[in-house]
Write a protein that binds this ligand. Sequence first.
Ligand SMILES: Nc1ncnc2c1ncn2[C@@H]1O[C@H](COP(=O)(O)OP(=O)(O)O)[C@@H](O)[C@H]1O
Ligand SMILES: [Mg+2]
Length: 310
Amino acid sequence: MSQSGIVVKELRTYYGEIKAVDGISFEVQEGSIFGMLGPNGAGKTTTIETIVGLTERKSGQISVFGYDPVDEIDEIKKIVGVQLQSPSLFPRLTVKETIELFASFYPEPKEVSEVIEKLGLEKKANTRVSDLSGGQRHRLAVGLAMVSNGKALFFDEPTTGLDPQARRQLWDVILSLKKEGKTIFLTTHYMDEAEKLCDELLIIDHGKIIASGSPASLIKESFQKTAVEFLDPDFSEEEKRELLELNLAERVNYETGKNRIILYTNEVSDTIKGLIDFASSKGKKLKDVMVRNPTLEDVFIKLTGRGIRE
Ligand SMILES: Nc1ncnc2c1ncn2[C@@H]1O[C@H](COP(=O)(O)OP(=O)(O)O)[C@@H](O)[C@H]1O
Ligand SMILES: [Mg+2]
């Protein structure tokens, strides 16, 4: 049976009046990848900082392989590797020197050369931190978590701002760390990343859990339906109301910002036919119509009434 590597109960971390983390509980099984998904300001970074002892909690319980980050911070430091969103780095050190420095903090670090190679930073090994691009600096930050060789690794939005190829490369790195038996906690606001990497997932918003489970079960529980998605052909507010009243689908999402309308339905042909008739009765043409399975993004919209990147 798998064991809990990280246990968090009723955790609250406030900054004055701001309830950044507001009563969340979860368990991360040893050797699994656990993800926290939520929009900006949801409380993801604060959760990580509290678990690893960088920020003090207001209340609740935390155990990282049996250790408490307040009372046993020295023990936690030995077994935890952390990648922060904006780490403090020494600008004049090179990539290699930076990783070597961090390696020296840990009892059994990984080989520095292995970390550099896995992150594809070979050509930058002797480049000063101040001369790195944003993406390279980001990969270096991931390397600082890796080199710890800790049992528990924390990645705070590891792929934000990376190009698609670098993102996929980093996914492979994280999956290979899982193969080594690491217990991994990551935050993200990318749905595809959460689906691809995470065994278990929490969706959080405003410091509270709004859903939890495996990515597949979250999608399945929320949606037995098919999504019919199309570009908004400039329907007026009145027309959108009419569309809703036609009962073509159980739910209609008007995604702000994206200009797309999504209908969730069990009767795909009826919905499409009804939609075409409706649009032509209004003298409007449908464009870019997609019929697809629901994704985590749909789950998020359903739970919060808005898209994750708004
Ligand atoms: N050091 C801080 N002082 C005051 N408020 C903070 C601080 N760090 C974060 N916050 C606030 O706490 C909330 C959660 O922030 P954060 O944990 O950074 O969210 P996320 O990582 O999901 O974007 C936000 O409202 C943010 O403005
Ligand atoms: Mg954050």
